[in-house]
Design a protein around this ligand. Structure first.
Ligand code: C5P
Length: 245
């Protein structure tokens, strides 16, 4: 790890380690405020494209100092060498999770997994299967003639065969993927909505309890916390739902 990385802290444990807050904010200042409020209830802070494109590695460093693991959600999909080198850069930042698209293919997945292992910083490379915002018609529009769950299973098998540490999938298919990949892989489920919550642009969603019971390792929650009247309370309620599931 480089001297730029935040100092190592004890990793969050228990139910808290199974809740990631998606910091979908335009600026680091707003993300920091959002993260400060919610950090006692979540184990992972997810830095996505909106924040990273604007604020870059400084956002990762600052948010990495709050006692949570950092999840860098860049959904990489490029030629093998480029992805491999981006993985090495992410390792230098000290992040715990990094996403790549499984549809990048076997060579890209293998290179990403191997490089993460070789760097030895504990980075877990997660393969995005089928985005939770896509349904069958969307897949068909890009030439994939498959049900989203079948396509997710195909990509999950590919990712496992090439050494990835985990997968990102919909909570509607996490049970099926857990059976397919076994107990070891980290299964991350975005598209989580507390019962009766606003679905937004997500199409394949589930509640926190459903996702946990089906075998999810880590829930990613963004808008249901960010847009709540009291974000800390919303996070605490989800944490309680995880604990009781
Ligand atoms: O606001 P919401 O709870 O829908 O947030 C979902 C978060 O999870 C976003 O940051 C989005 O980029 C991410 N994500 C997703 N679907 C995937 C992978 C990641 O929605 N398949």
């Amino acid at each position: 790890m480089s001297s730029d990385s935040p100092p190592p802290q004890a990793a969050p444990t228990g139910a808290r380690a199974r809740l990631a807050y998606a910091l979908d904010y335009p600026t680091l200042e707003e993300a920091r405020r959002g993260a400060d409020e919610v950090a006692p209830y979540v184990g992972v802070l997810k830095v996505g494209l909106e924040l990273f494109v604007r604020e870059g590695p400084a956002a990762v460093r600052e948010l990495g100092s709050l006692g949570c693991d950092v999840f860098l959600d860049l959904k990489l999909h490029d030629i093998t060498k480029t992805v491999e080198r981006a993985v090495a850069s992410a390792c230098q930042l000290g992040v715990r999770y990094l996403t790549v698209h499984c549809s990048g293919g076997p060579g890209m997945l293998e290179a990403a997994a191997r490089r993460a292992e070789a760097e030895g910083t504990g980075l877990c490379v997660l393969g995005v299967t089928v985005l939770t915002s896509l349904d069958r018609a969307d897949l068909e529009a890009v030439g994939v003639q498959a049900d989203p769950a079948d396509q997710a299973e195909r990509l999950a098998r590919l990712a496992k065969a090439h050494g990835l540490g985990g997968l990102v999938c919909s909570s509607t298919e996490v049970g099926r993927l857990r059976e397919v990949v076994g107990p070891e892989l980290v299964l991350v489920t975005p598209g989580i909505r507390p019962a009766g919550g606003d679905v937004g642009d997500q199409k394949r969603v589930g509640t926190p309890a459903e996702a946990i019971r089906q075998g999810s390792s880590l829930l990613v929650v963004g808008r249901p916390i960010r847009d709540a009247a009291r974000p800390a309370l919303a996070a605490r309620n989800i944490l309680e739902e995880i604990t009781s599931a």
